[in-house]
Design a protein around this ligand. Structure first.
Ligand code: FAD
Length: 494
């Protein structure tokens, strides 16, 4: 076994959770190792994104322009055939004041492409990304987790150590129990999903051709997601009691379910199922609605699906993964800079992550009551999100756009990016001045700990300079933590 490499943070998994977290801590100067089992591009389900990811987290990461150029279909909202009303109804993200144009849309993405863009961006931001590398376990001294045991791409067993290990290894995580909790599966959402891909399916009329179409029918509901002008992701979510039938012959089961649902049959009337390549297989997923009873312990943090996931009807998975990664990155950055203790920083991460998960969970329970109409769902969204200053429809749209927390970094990311850029420039100038041409001193000043402390110092100056806390949300608890001006750490509310 080789010597133990040393890092500030080790991230397990390079999906949206892992790439986001590793990027946001690397941007603050931490030394980050990311270990990913597969070699990207790789297949993943979860293709319908929310505006909070596209215009919030992806802007903070500096990857929004690249996404815009990738040609993903634009999702302006959703179209549902759902509840007691027989006709489909459509909502648009644009009705929310929090998502004024031009940020009132998201994308439908082929995850192989989206996840690769995010992971390559992490590498560009300084993360040491290693693919084809599987993590087997954490190193644990009883008090804290301090590293991982992993196998590299050549099959060599290795060890690496860090102040923090982040489990972003998704629903198949082997590490989540090492946080000391257990996975609790939802009794309410015990469905099973069966999905495949079709060429040549019909599109909704403009301007909604990029919308997700969700259609309830007797056995469950369908998603219909346009991934290009011709390629469509089609999945049925049905009761778990159908597991045997579905797994016995998934091809036949999917065809029978489509035949049972008139609207999806109509949309696929001229389509053919893809039978080769990445999309050639019919896949089945079950037991995907769960949460872990603990999201962290000293040295180990769970983000994304490693921590929790709830039913796919509102496409919340990538949002929860990237938002939890943002929250955890703030905690790690603050702890590494020595400005907030580990306990309060990680409690803040967990409280905010559970609140967001809880809002989706609670609302979904009422959304599955098919005897209600959309007005009743909108009313429920307003109740669950406690959105006093919103209409019922706005509350619904903000919930399913991922912005109901009022978290400014998810809607007003440009302000944070500007602050980050100004501070990064200031820091470079300060380092050059202080080191006075001495490369040894410059290297020391650029180290993560010193950088973190300097960033925190410049935060105070920045606030004095801007004289305003525009774009900042309130603390969750009295005297609790709020985001820094660049969105990358926590501060105590003044
Ligand atoms: P992942 O995307 O799973 O990434 C984890 C990564 O970790 C993987 O690349 C994996 O290879 C790697 N890994 C695993 N184990 C190890 C290891 N031991 N060592 C190293 N690397 C490892 N979400 C949406 O936003 N929109 C949707 O429309 C949507 N539809 C869905 C439909 C269904 C049926 C289901 C089940 C989920 C859906 N989701 C959707 C959820 C979405 O798939 C996930 O929430 C999202 O992918 C979570 O991101 P992540 O980064 O946490 O994990």
């Amino acid at each position: 076994m080789e010597s133990r490499e040393q890092f500030d943070v080790i991230v397990v998994g390079g999906g949206p959770g892992g790439s986001t977290l590793s990027s946001l801590v690397s941007m603050r100067g931490a030394r980050v190792l990311l270990l990913e089992r597969e070699v990207f591009p790789r297949y993943q389900i979860g293709e319908s994104l929310l505006p909070s990811t596209v215009h919030g987290v992806c802007r903070l990461l500096g990857v929004a322009d690249e996404l815009a150029k990738a040609g993903f279909p634009v999702k302006r909202g959703g179209t549902f055939r759902w509840g007691s009303r027989p006709e489909p109804w459509t909502f648009s993200f644009a009705v929310s004041p929090r998502m004024a144009s031009p940020s009132s849309f998201a994308y439908q993405v082929e995850r192989a492409k989206f996840d690769k863009i995010m992971l390559d961006n992490a590498a560009r931001l300084g993360v040491d990304v290693r693919q084809g590398c599987t993590v087997h376990d954490v190193l644990d001294d009883g008090e804290r987790v301090h590293g991982v045991r992993w196998t590299d791409a050549d099959g060599n067993e290795r060890l690496a150590e860090a102040r923090f290990v982040v489990d972003a290894s998704g629903n198949t995580s082997r590490l989540h129990t090492r946080a000391g909790g257990r996975r609790e599966y939802s009794e309410y959402f015990r469905s099973l999903a069966l999905f495949g891909y079709f060429e040549g399916g019909k599109r909704l009329p403009e301007p909604n051709s990029g919308n997700i179409l969700s259609v309830a029918f007797d056995s469950g509901w369908f998603w219909y997601i346009p991934l290009s002008q011709t390629l469509t992701s089609v999945g049925a979510v049905v009761h778990r009691s159908m597991a045997e039938k579905v797994q016995g012959d998934p091809e036949r089961a999917l065809a029978a379910l489509i035949a049972e649902c008139p609207l999806i049959s109509e949309y696929l009337a001229d389509a053919t199922r893809v039978t080769e390549g990445r999309y050639g297989q019919i896949r089945v997923r079950k037991d995907y609605s769960y949460h872990s009873t603990r999201f962290w312990r000293p040295g180990l943090i769970l983000v994304g699906d490693a921590a929790c996931f709830v039913d796919p009807v509102f496409s919340s998975g990538v949002h929860l993964a990237t938002y939890s990664a943002l929250l955890a990155a703030r905690s790690i950055n603050s702890i590494l800079a020595g400005t907030v203790e580990e306990g309060p920083a990680l409690q803040e991460f967990e409280a905010r992550y559970r609140r967001e998960y809880g809002v989706f969970y609670q609302f979904l329970m009422s959304f599955y009551q098919m005897n209600r109409n959309e007005d009743s769902y909108f009313w429920e969204a307003k109740r669950v999100t406690r959105s006093e200053h919103r209409t019922e429809l706005q509350a619904f749209v903000e919930l399913i756009a991922g912005v109901s927390s009022g978290e400014s970094a998810l809607t007003d990311a440009d302000t944070f990016v500007q602050n980050f850029t100004m501070r990064a420039d200031e820091l470079e100038v300060a380092v050059d001045k202080l080191s006075d041409g001495d490369s040894g001193s410059a290297a020391m000043l650029r180290s993560s700990v010193v950088r973190g402390a300097m960033y925190e110092g410049s935060q105070v100056q920045m606030r004095a300079l801007l004289g305003t806390d525009a774009a900042r949300e309130a603390a969750m608890f009295p005297g609790g933590l709020v985001s820094s001006l660049d969105g990358l750490s926590w501060e105590y509310q003044a």
